[in-house]
Design a protein. Structure first.
Length: 354
């Protein structure tokens, strides 16, 4: 039995970074729904339509744009930005049913968010925020890796950072991460899980030694804020050992990094891993950007390889296998509970989910 976590359909998901959507048609699959994304010539609005022509289901993402319309690459059915077919070849009359779905879209914080659930429930004000992503006070490097694993495995992975010590040793992991206990807080109603790990006196991993220039030991705080199902924020604070924020909250001698993930299930056993690292120091320094991009890409690929392997391994199990959870899994277990509830609520399409 392959490992699968139920999808919460009536939720916002990141389909792309805003910079990925332009005048080239982009194909993405969210919760098993094939989508085509592009930006209008007219006013630059992001458009998301179903990626299957109504005629013979040719992918519209493999077709071409004519102004703001998509012309199917197979026989030329032509669709406007609302998904209505406005032209078919060889006849004047366009069949009334010739339309593809157009999905609600919100562009915010450098992400293109889509809603593939019941459109009547799509409320743009409920898209969770990641303001640092396009704030002038932060410099961001980012990327996306598809993983052939159940999205629940990525949620587990990100909510338990003790694995940094073992899977990411020599990059972001040091012994103190796995040794320091976590504090977990769950807001069931809002669907938010918070996991904190504050290390008072820790080795400085190469990722931070190289980017901040700190020599010697550090005070290292990791505060996770997971907005189920899609947005994961890790507020990271690194400072020379013993340096704490002032009583007024000012913290000029620390180095702050916001690590953002968007976890978007593509289909059963497939997930898009959107990642970004934003920093409030050395903001103009291209070399620091390059270090952070390379290091984080390597770290993400270590997770990608591990999760691909884990999914393949679970796929060979005959079913009914047991897991054994410990303290470090508290956040992940809370997230699983919330995801199960959101998926269940999303199955009742007439009910408002939040
Ligand atoms: S499949 Fe698109 S026009 Fe025929
Ligand atoms: Fe990891």
């Amino acid at each position: 039995m392959p490992h699968t976590t139920a999808f919460a359909r009536n939720q916002w998901y990141v389909a792309a970074f805003t910079h990925e959507v332009g005048r080239e048609l982009l194909g993405r699959t969210v919760l098993g729904e094939p989508l085509v994304l592009y930006r209008t010539e007219d006013d630059g609005t992001a458009v998301v339509l179903a990626d299957r022509c109504v005629h013979r289901r040719f992918p519209l993402s493999a077709s071409r744009l004519d102004g703001d319309r998509i012309v199917c690459g197979y026989h030329g059915f032509t669709y406007d930005t609302t998904g209505s077919c406005v032209h078919v070849p060889g006849q004047k009359r366009v069949p009334r049913t010739a339309r593809v779905a157009a999905y609600p879209v919100v562009e915010q914080d450098s992400f293109v968010w889509v809603w593939v659930g019941d459109p009547a429930l799509a409320d743009p004000t409920t898209v969770p925020r990641a303001r640092h992503m396009d704030s002038p006070d932060w410099t961001t490097v980012s990327g996306m890796e598809p993983i052939d694993a159940d999205y629940g495995l990525l949620v587990d992975n990100l909510l338990d950072l003790s694995h940094e010590t073992y899977l990411h040793g020599g990059y972001i992991g040091t012994p103190e991460v796995a040794e320091t206990p976590i504090a977990t807080e769950v807001d069931e109603g809002a669907g938010i899980v918070r996991v904190s790990r504050h290390m008072d006196d820790a080795e400085c991993p190469p990722f931070y030694a190289r980017s901040t220039g700190i020599e010697g030991r550090i005070t290292r705080w990791q505060d996770i804020e997971y907005h189920a199902p899609c947005l994961y924020l890790l507020h990271s604070r690194v400072a020379p050992v013993g340096v704490l924020p002032g009583a007024d909250g000012r913290d000029p001698d620390a180095f702050h990094t916001e690590i953002t993930y968007a976890i978007t299930p593509s289909g059963d056993g497939h997930v898009y891993d959107f990642w970004a690292v934003s920093r409030d120091f050395a903001r103009e320094d291209e070399e620091v950007s390059a270090v952070m991009r390379d290091f984080n890409h390597t770290v993400v690929m270590q997770d990608v390889d591990a999760l691909n392997l884990l999914q393949r391994t679970l796929g060979t199990e005959r079913g009914g296998y047991q897991e054994l959870s410990i303290n470090i899994d508290t956040g992940g277990l809370a997230a699983r509970r919330i995801l199960a509830r959101l998926a269940e609520e999303g199955d009742k399409p007439t009910e408002r989910v939040r």
